[in-house]
Design a protein around this ligand. Sequence first.
Ligand SMILES: NC(=O)c1ccc[n+]([C@@H]2O[C@H](COP(=O)([O-])OP(=O)(O)OC[C@H]3O[C@@H](n4cnc5c(N)ncnc54)[C@H](O)[C@@H]3O)[C@@H](O)[C@H]2O)c1
Length: 423
Amino acid sequence: MTATACTRLPRSTFDPSSGFGGVYRGKKVFVTGHTGFKGSWLCEWLLLLGAEVYGYSIDTLDPSLFNQLRLQHRLFDMRGDVLDIEALRKAVSSVKPDLIFHLAAQSLVRQSYDDPVGTFTTNVTGSINVLEVVRLALDRCVVIMVTTDKCYENRERLRSYRETDPMGGYDPYSASKAAAEIAIAAYRRSFFSTSLDRQQVAIASARAGNAIGGGDWAADRIVPDCVRALQRSKPIVVRNESATRPWQHVLEPVSGYLSLGQELWEEISTKNTQGTRLKELASAFNFGPLPGSARTVRDVVAELLRHWPGKWVRQVDPAAAYEARRLNLSIDKAINLLGWRPVWDFSRAVAETVAWYRSAQSQTSTELLEITRNQIAEYTCDAVKCGARWAIEATPNKVLRAAKVSGGGGPNAPSAVRPRLES
Ligand SMILES: NC(=O)c1ccc[n+]([C@@H]2O[C@H](COP(=O)([O-])OP(=O)(O)OC[C@H]3O[C@@H](n4cnc5c(N)ncnc54)[C@H](O)[C@@H]3O)[C@@H](O)[C@H]2O)c1
């Protein structure tokens, strides 16, 4: 079960479909990479918000959160390659989505050293294909292109990276995402500028840091590596222990993507397309934890072992591929323009992650679905207390008063109001 208990509230006081201004209710939402880790959390949340979800991905790995939640039975599940532009065009044209979230990618730094050509092709050409299909097939749509915080020219400095900093990327994965960002900006300026006819297509990109959360089974990511070792009662092998990253629970970037989609949708719906706000929103956004929350890989392992006892060993591989050691993100733009903010601190994010994986060892798909939905509900409830705009606007006043939004009470303190979704 989750790390903190929920108080059961009557359904009438908490309507999960009204989050994000209710804009997702009944909308057609097309998600590429829907079978991946973040894609599955995003699809589950979109379903809770009442969206009609269409997924487009090349494959499903096993194990995967997608299969564990049996998402294939609850959304429109399409198999296709983003590199096959004709298949992608047909899929998008047949759905005519209101919003697109593009997450499909070769998402692993280490794999990008083994397959640089495949990484660049999928991440750059795949992103261009999505933009091109939108250009050719849609008149009205919000498109959120998911890249990464690694797209910045990383100078290993202490200052946090802002959205206006230069693109770069040392390794093939990071450089491929930087190249995707450049292509996104070029398409936006050339074809979707607010001064052109296509003003009802709004394109934004989202740059987030390393996400942790239940259901990530990728090879070569620290949390899945820990979980696999602990499940087998083996020591965790830690490389690159002092690398510092802005770790955050997966619900943080996903709430950022949904907030950005909401705000852009509301803006294009007003038809006030010459407005400066649309121009500000149709741009790049960082979604990271609060300043000072960046932690080392060693910190992540130590925190995880507090909840799931075990051992770790250091392994120094002199032939290991280079990975950036330090990366901090400025999130001022998302806070100021979207009213978005991080909700769970580092220790809460790890606690919720471990709780999910420990449950997965013994629970059925139905129980795992309930745990997943309850984590979304708890996160939403804590977002209300933090004053996140996407959560507050959806919440009845009496619930806000009970949650003492204005009176503080941090997101990581025991919550006065913890709604629980009933399946
Ligand atoms: N997980 C993180 O910590 C993190 C951090 C920053 C950015 N991101 C970005 O977020 C996005 C999602 O990441 P994730 O962790 O869910 O990745 P993931 O590897 O779990 O999922 C990738 C998804 O993309 C699909 N895919 C891959 N190649 C494809 C192709 N050619 N055509 C169609 N589908 C294809 C896969 O089937 C899968 O559904 C990616 O763009 C990734 O770069 C992830």
